[in-house]
Design a protein. Sequence first.
Length: 138
Amino acid sequence: MPRPPLPPHLLELLRAPNPAVLATLRPDGQPVSVATWYLLEDDGRILLNMDAGRRRLGYLRQDPRVSLTVLARDDWNTHVSLQGEIVDLTDDPELVDIDRLAVRYVGKPYAARERGRISGWIDVNFWHAWGPGARPKP
């Protein structure tokens, strides 16, 4: 699998608010996947944000390896899968990061404001892309 940096056409795909699925590993090695919002940061890392009560946070603290698959919203045959590690888990007490994600996906700040949130960043180690939109434009 190729290593970063990702080519410009894949960065363009990742800059759009596309559907995504995050896979983590339970302590017994069982993979767990969930739909998620993501944001490609300027430094190439991927921002995620999770409810502070989610079990996956414990999984990530024990084993930070993840896979994130992003599907082009108009053509699910086009996708990019990013393998890497969560390199930082940080409280989001003012809900700044979840609001960034919510505005990106639904156009307004995150509605559920009563529970704690945790931000995490994926440092991408490898990637794989598939489909017509995953190829360079002529």
